[in-house]
Design a protein. Structure first.
Ligand SMILES: [Zn+2]
Length: 186
C-alpha cells in the first residue's frame, strides 16, 4: 500500500527576507517558532514510526511552504502553532479547518478531541478560517494551536518534553483516526 504523505509545517521561523520570525513570545521568553519545531520533530518521528511519509517544513514564506507541499503531493497538511493573547489567563487548545463538512474538518475534530484528552487543557473547539495554509493547500489541512504560550502556566508546560510528547502523540492519533476511520487506543 502506498504510504500516506504528511506535511508538517512548524509555524514561523526564517523568512525569505532573511528575517527570523519568532512567532509569539511567552512571558518567560519561550519563542513560539522553537516550540513549534520541537513538537514538529517529535510528530515527524511518531508518524514515520506509524508508516507515514513526512515532509517537515518551517522556514520560508507561506506561499513557498504551500507550494512545496503541493508539489510533493501531500495527502494531509498539519500546521503547528501556539496561541497568544494579551490576556495572560487565556488558555486551552483549538484546531482550525478551512471549511466545515470536509475531510479537513474531520481531521481537525479528531485531532482536537485527542489534544484535549492528552493535555487536559480547556477545549476551545474546532474553528474555521481562510488561512493560506488551509485554503491554498491541495489536500485536507489543519492548523493546531497547541496551547497559549502567553499563559505562564502553559508556557512552563511547553518547556517540558512530556508536554511536547503529549501534543505530538495526540496529533498522530487524531490523524490515524481521521485518515483510516478508526479509533486508536494508544
Ligand atoms: Zn503562530
Amino acid at each position: 500500500m502506498k504510504k500516506l504523505k504528511i506535511t508538517i509545517n512548524a509555524g514561523h521561523g526564517l523568512k525569505n527576507s532573511g528575517v527570523y520570525d519568532p512567532g509569539a513570545i511567552g512571558p518567560g521568553g519561550l519563542r513560539e517558532a522553537e516550540q513549534n519545531l520541537e513538537v514538529a520533530k517529535i510528530l515527524e518521528k511518531k508518524l514515520q514510526a506509524r508508516g507515514f511519509e513526512t515532509l517537515l517544513i518551517q522556514d520560508g514564506d507561506l506561499n513557498d511552504v504551500v507550494r512545496e507541499s503541493n508539489r510533493w503531493q501531500a495527502d494531509y497538511f498539519i500546521a503547528l502553532h501556539c496561541n497568544a493573547s494579551t490576556a495572560s489567563t487565556a488558555e486551552g487548545v483549538e484546531t482550525y479547518a478551512w471549511l466545515p463538512g470536509g475531510m479537513g474538518e474531520r481531521l481537525a475534530k479528531a485531532i482536537q478531541k485527542e489534544l484535549v484528552l492528552a493535555t487536559g487543557l480547556r477545549d476551545r473547539g474546532v474553528k474555521y478560517a481562510n488561512f493560506r495554509v488551509l485554503k491554498d493547500t491541495d489536500c485536507p489541512a489543519v492548523l493546531v494551536e497547541a496551547g497559549f504560550i502567553t499563559n505562564p502556566n502553559t508556557e512552563k508546560l511547553m518547556r517540558q518534553d512530556v508536554f511536547d510528547e503529549k501534543v505530538a502523540g495526540a496529533i498522530a492519533r487524531g490523524l490515524e483516526e481521521a485518515a483510516f476511520n478508526r479509533t486508536v487506543i494508544k
